[in-house]
Each structure stands twice: as structure tokens, then as C-alpha cells.
Design a protein around this ligand. Structure first.
Ligand code: ATP
Ligand code: MG
Length: 249
């Protein structure tokens, strides 16, 4: 489908097309489209931009991963469809391997996602030779070299249960989730309320900039509760402004 650059919703529509392509290629599943739609709605009411609280969380996320012993980036079908190239770049910049981890499990899909990341030059774990106790669905299957031994896990577009399990296993969790009300957002140690398509490229830049010394300072000052509060307030403020615009039009 051709989307003219002049279309007012060009970026949003292009992103949607990428995900549709991802489903056709067998990287993402239909349920992923629903999750994306929910994300789009939150992006809309946040004004479709990277807010200061998101940038602050992205910096904290990078800092946490820089100081980690075994940082891992978990990749699902949506993430692979939308930002595969960027995830590989972030993985290299942070020295954090990628691990394929999907909710609707199929060996074939795991291999497809892994192949895509490997073709882009990524180091990818997807052996699935270990389990995280306490979770029933397929995502308890992890790689013994990756998430099993990780101390910090970046889980873009994750659901609440999984986030909870990672935490129960003593891991620090970084979530990217446009919904600041989700269980994932509330449970993570660092919550990036931003679109993954903006967050990952910004994190790549931060990863190049931030030194270990700065990382410690960033984490000392970071407060995730305040970040979540600011995200919810940003929705309120944006809606107030939109309501005023309607009256002034
Ligand atoms: P929870 O179980 O945490 O309460 P949920 O069940 O609503 O959350 P899932 O469907 O499990 O959520 O996961 C999808 C989440 O990812 C949604 O909260 C959605 O807002 C978010 N999301 C979807 N697409 C994007 C995107 N492109 N960037 C950032 N977040 C996104
Ligand atoms: Mg969920």
C-alpha cells in the first residue's frame, strides 16, 4: 500500500503497515495487531511525541543496562516487526544480547524472528533450554545463557504476568509501554512510556553518550513512580488542551 508522505497520519500508518508485513512474514501474530492498536490509542492521547518523562526513563534504562552484569533485550514478534534493525544496534551499543521470547509460542516463529535479527548482525539467544518457574504459558521458556541468568531485562511491549515473574526471579525489568496504567508499566523498575519506534533510536543515542560514572548518577536521581505520575498527568494535560482547541476552533 502506498501512503503519501503528506498524509497527516503518515508515521502512524507506516508503522501499522510494518506490523501487517510482520504478520504476513510470520514474525508477528494477529493478537499483536490488537496490542498495537491499544498502543496507538495511548500514543494518540499522549500527542505522539517523546515526552521528557520518557527521555528520562530511557536514560535510566540505558544507565541500568550499562551497569548490569548480564543485560538482555527480550524480543517479541511486534518488536521484531517494528524495530529489528534498531534493536540489533542497541544490543551492540550496550553489549546486551537479544533473546527471542514470544507469548503465542511456535518454534517456527521463534526461528523466524531469530533469523531476522541474525541477518541484521545481532547476537541472538533462542535455545529455550531453561524455564522460569511460576509462570504457566510458553514464555516461561528461556535461554540459559540469556534471560535465565540476566540481572537486567529490557522487555519492550510485555504483558504484566511476565514482568511480574521476571521480578520475582530477582531481575530488574525495563518496560516500554505506551499505556502508563498497564500492570506492566506499574510493575517495571523503569517504565518508558513511549512508542517503541521512537524509544529504541533514542536509547541508541543515549547508549553512545552516557559514561559509567554518569550512569550511576542518573540512577541515583531516578524515581519511576514520579515518571509514571508524570505520564498519566501528560495524558490529562493533553486532553485538556485538545478540549480547549475544540472550543477555540
Ligand atoms: P498488562 O497485562 O500489562 O496490564 P495489557 O494486557 O493491556 O497489559 P498486552 O496486550 O499484554 O497489554 O501488551 C501490549 C502493551 O503494549 C499495551 O499496553 C500497549 O499499550 C503497548 N504497546 C503496543 N504497541 C506499542 C508500541 N508500538 N510502543 C509502545 N507500547 C506499545
Ligand atoms: Mg496482558
Amino acid at each position: 500500500m502506498e501512503i503519501p508522505k503528506s498524509h497527516p497520519r503518515y508515521h502512524s500508518l507506516m508503522t501499522r503497515e510494518k506490523l501487517v508485513e510482520g504478520v504476513k512474514e510470520g514474525l508477528a501474530v494477529l493478537e499483536g495487531l490488537i496490542a498495537h492498536g491499544r498502543g496507538e490509542a495511548f500514543d494518540y492521547i499522549l500527542g505522539e511525541k517523546s515526552h521528557d518523562f520518557a527521555l528520562e526513563a530511557e536514560r535510566a534504562a540505558v544507565a541500568l543496562m550499562k551497569l548490569a552484569k548480564h543485560p538482555v533485550i527480550s524480543v517479541n514478534g511486534n518488536a521484531a516487526s517494528l524495530v529489528a534493525k534498531e534493536l540489533v544496534e542497541l544490543s551492540k551499543a550496550l553489549n546486551a544480547p537479544l533473546e527471542v521470547n514470544i507469548f503465542h509460542y511456535s518454534k517456527e516463529r521463534v526461528e523466524k524472528i531469530a533469523k531476522k535479527l541474525e541477518e541484521l548482525g545481532g547476537t541472538v539467544y533462542y535455545r529455550g533450554d531453561a524455564v522460569l518457574e511460576g509462570i504457566s504459558h510458553a514464555r516461561r521458556i528461556v535461554d540459559s545463557r540469556g534471560i535465565l541468568k540476566a540481572d537486567v531485562v529490557l522487555v519492550p511491549l510485555e504483558d504484566g504476568d511476565r514482568c511480574e515473574i521476571l521480578k520475582r526471579h530477582g531481575k530488574k525489568v525495563i518496560a516500554i509501554d505506551l499505556n502508563p496504567l498497564s500492570r506492566t508499566a506499574r510493575m517495571a523498575d523503569v517504565t518508558i512510556v513511549n512508542n517503541i519506534t521512537r524509544a529504541i533510536p533514542e536509547m541508541i543515542e543515549f547508549a553512545k553518550e552516557i559514561t559509567e560514572e554518569e550512569a550511576e548518577e542518573i540512577l541515583r536521581k531516578y524515581d519511576n513512580k514520579t515518571v509514571l505520575k508524570r505520564a498519566i498527568e501528560a495524558i490529562r494535560d493533553h486532553l485538556t488542551k485538545m478540549a480547549e482547541d475544540v472550543m477555540n476552533a
